[in-house]
Design a protein around this ligand. Structure first.
Ligand code: PLP
Length: 432
């Protein structure tokens, strides 16, 4: 198929500089194009297809829901899939997080978290609090509220005049630091930047702090030292600000636990979920909040926020079946086991090739970074365009991986290797 010769598609979605083939079928960890060429979905799309493609249990649940109803407006009817999914989601959350608000994607989940946090401040007589501190680099979504939290000029640049930017602190990129501190000491130092920023902004103006417990595309699967998570939690409690976790990418089993927060026993006030939550079977996300936060807002007159498609019965039926599959197939355990193997294999490559400067992540949220000097983690010169060459080379050999040219605004070439959580040990060999 000669795509270069065909006219550009009118669907603005397909704006990629690199034309791609038409998709055909997808099953398990594989996708075939319309010409029958097979690809390994080595990044689960954009870290979405966690339970793999073509899962029959999910397809059956969707077919049977479709036969009943695909839409009933939430102000006119409650629907069973949404009720059951809310209960199942709450049962997978840390204690007390059992108020679930459904949305259609990650940006909407983050927007909803921002709105609930702000309304909670107003409802509890703390109108002066409106700032949510986030990290740089980071990605929290492309709608204007989520973009104000996002630390990535590439995404926010053109919209600066329209944004009310939120304060940012550096993400804990401890692996880049060259000093005499231990990793744990560096973790504390980065966490203390949150305290400094709260003091700088004025503690009475700060509503919350948002972070991805394991970083996504902006930082390339960044994991902080344990000390970071402990100290950040202490600081949030000390200043009475909400801890909001963006688990849009790291949630739904991707890191080997249902929430990445569980690795550090974090007790967030609000969590944003999407991507693996419906694993690509339907546009779905959720904001999950502590009971007393949501109840205070409801008692003060209700949550002033909503989307037409929120709680859509078909999307919720898909999400419910996806969560059932994550449990039935024990995908958190598989993500841990296969993730360890894949991490070991990637680390083996690092030992062989000096231009692989770092391999990191948790479970099956993994990334590696290319550098010109591993000792100082010097980025490759821009002209090399390593991320394009590597991604294209892999693509031409039937492997899809996900790359970012920058670590947010910082220089660096990192590559996400995040196959579906159903990936077997043999398939790790195939990916390698
Ligand atoms: N938050 C994180 C951590 C993400 O990785 C993303 C998407 O990549 C989003 C939010 C936004 O999600 P969506 O693209 O579904 O709006």
């Amino acid at each position: 198929m000669n795509l270069q010769a065909s006219p550009p598609p009118s669907n603005l979605f397909y704006q990629s500089r690199q034309r791609r083939p038409l998709v055909g079928e997808a099953r398990g960890i594989y996708i075939w194009d319309a010409d029958g060429r097979r690809y390994i979905d080595g990044s689960s799309g954009a870290m979405v297809a966690n339970i793999g493609h073509g899962n029959e249990h999910v397809l059956d649940a969707m077919r049977s829901q479709m036969a009943k109803t695909t839409f009933a407006y939430r102000l006119h009817f409650e629907n069973e899939p949404a009720e059951r999914l809310a209960r199942l989601t709450a049962s997978r959350m840390p204690e007390g997080l059992d108020r679930v608000f459904f949305v259609s994607g990650g940006s909407e989940a983050v927007e909803s978290a921002i709105k609930l946090a702000r309304q909670h401040a107003v409802a509890t007589g703390r109108e002066g609090r409106w700032k949510i501190i986030s990290r740089y680099p980071s990605y929290h979504g492309s709608t204007l509220g989520a973009l104000a939290l996002t630390g990535m000029e590439l995404m926010s640049g053109p919209f600066e005049p329209m944004l009310r930017q939120m304060p940012k602190i550096p993400a804990p990129t401890c692996y880049l630091d060259r000093d005499d501190l231990s990793m744990e000491e560096r973790g504390i130092r980065y966490a203390d930047l949150l305290r400094d920023e709260i003091e700088l902004q004025g503690p009475e103006s700060v509503l919350g702090f948002i972070m991805e417990p394991v970083g996504g595309a902006a930082t390339g699967a960044l994991v902080a030292p344990d000390s970071y998570y402990r100290r950040v939690t202490e600081i949030c409690r000390e200043y009475g600000i909400l801890l909001i976790l963006d688990e849009v990418m790291s949630g739904a089993g991707r890191t080997g636990r249902f929430l990445a927060a569980e690795h550090w026993d974090l007790k967030p006030d609000i969590v944003a979920l999407s991507k693996g939550f419906a694993a690509g079977y339907a546009p779905l996300g959720a904001m999950v909040a502590q009971r007393d936060i949501a109840d205070a807002v409801l008692a003060a007159g209700g949550f002033v926020h909503g989307y037409t498609y929120a709680g859509n019965p078909l999307a919720c039926a898909a999400g419910l079946a996806v969560l059932e599959e994550i449990e039935r197939l024990e995908l958190c355990a598989n993500a841990r086991e296969v993730g360890d193997l894949l991490m070991a294999e990637l680390s083996g490559l690092k030992a062989r090739y000096p231009f692989i400067g770092d391999v990191r992540g948790k479970g099956l949220l993994l990334a590696f970074e290319l550098v010109s000097d591993p000792e100082f983690m010097t980025p490759l010169p821009r002209e090399i365009d390593a991320h394009i060459h590597l991604v294209e080379e892999a693509y031409s050999r039937g492997l899809i991986i996900y790359s970012r040219r920058t670590r947010g605004g910082l220089e660096g070439d990192h590559f996400m290797v995040c196959p579906p959580l159903i990936t077997s040990r043999e398939q790790v060999g195939e990916i390698m």
